[in-house]
Design a protein around this ligand. Structure first.
Ligand SMILES: NC(=O)c1ccc[n+]([C@@H]2O[C@H](COP(=O)([O-])OP(=O)(O)OC[C@H]3O[C@@H](n4cnc5c(N)ncnc54)[C@H](OP(=O)(O)O)[C@@H]3O)[C@@H](O)[C@H]2O)c1
Length: 251
């Protein structure tokens, strides 16, 4: 597994498994499958309504907590200091965890400064190992970096070969914020999986287009959180060469 190091020294696995649009019925099985093929980083959100299922899969996996990296995101209706604090404690309860590795503010709307103060406080209390934001494009990102006690350590934005976020990436680097890609496969739309340039690279190196796309993210220093409800697809990015079945080292 490859890692990035956040501004506070916390190591974050560069590949994670995202559970957006994974139904409650499927989520526990999907997360269990992802963990079984080597993922150790799971990305959920309050607005995905599947934190409880993620929690069950994590608990039943028997994998030690220290090996795992679990992220959730605070939805805008829980913004403001008090609501945000309460909602993160509720997420911890649903996930059956004592601490979260990363909590993100999902969108830069409404009272996100109040919400950010709650995250800063929960971080200082040791309930969160890292805090960050999502969908904060350069103006909002520079604003929160400039006017907060603790700068976001991660910014999760849509990023894939058809939407590369080069300018946003530069601003994140400037403020030492790790770039995390949501929809690293472009949500499977726009013909990304049949893109001829990616197919040619794959043919040259004996890799699938999905593997080429993930390697492109990793080489940019970006954290990617692909989603698939099919174990044979999640397995595509895994090098099963050793007992721990480390993800992605083979490409
Ligand atoms: N912060 C935000 O606002 C935000 C927004 C969106 C997403 N996210 C996060 O980012 C994660 C990933 O984004 P996403 O789920 O929207 O999109 P994605 O990972 O870019 O793409 C998922 C789609 O690609 C398909 N797929 C996956 N692997 C494939 C393969 N090897 N070959 C062909 N098709 C494949 C999946 O189908 P199957 O499931 O049928 O395999 C699914 O339809 C989410 O789960 C969530 O955690 C965050």
């Amino acid at each position: 597994m490859e890692y990035v190091t956040l501004a506070n020294g916390v190591r974050m696995p560069q590949l994670g498994y995202g559970v957006y649009q994974v139904t409650r019925e499927e989520c526990e099985r999907c997360v269990a499958d992802a963990l079984s093929v080597g993922y150790r980083h799971i990305d959920t959100a309050q607005s995905y309504f599947n934190e409880e299922e993620v929690g069950k899969a994590v608990k039943n996996s028997g994998i030690s907590r220290a090996e795992l990296f679990i992220t959730t995101k605070v939805w805008i209706e829980h913004y403001g200091y008090e609501e945000c604090r309460k909602s993160v404690l509720e997420s911890l309860r649903k996930l059956q965890l004592d601490y979260l590795d990363l909590v993100l503010l999902h969108q830069p709307f409404a009272d996100y400064y109040g919400a950010w103060r709650a995250l800063e406080e929960l971080y200082a209390e040791g309930k969160l190992r890292a805090i960050g934001v999502s969908n904060f494009y350069p103006d909002r990102l520079v604003d929160i970096c400039s006017f907060s006690r603790i700068k976001p350590m991660v910014n999760q934005v849509e990023t894939h070969p058809h939407d590369q976020q080069k300018t946003a990436h530069e601003w994140m680097n400037k403020y030492s914020v790790v770039h995390e890609a949501w929809a690293p496969f472009g949500e499977g739309r726009g013909g990304l999986f049949t893109e001829s340039v990616l197919a040619k690279i794959g043919a040259k190196y004996g890799k699938t287009v999905a593997q080429v796309i993930l390697r492109w993210h990793l080489q940019r220093g970006i954290v990617a959180i692909p989603k698939s409800t099919h174990i044979e697809r999640t397995d595509l990015v895994v090098d099963g060469a050793d007992d721990h079945r480390h993800i992605s080292q083979s490409f």
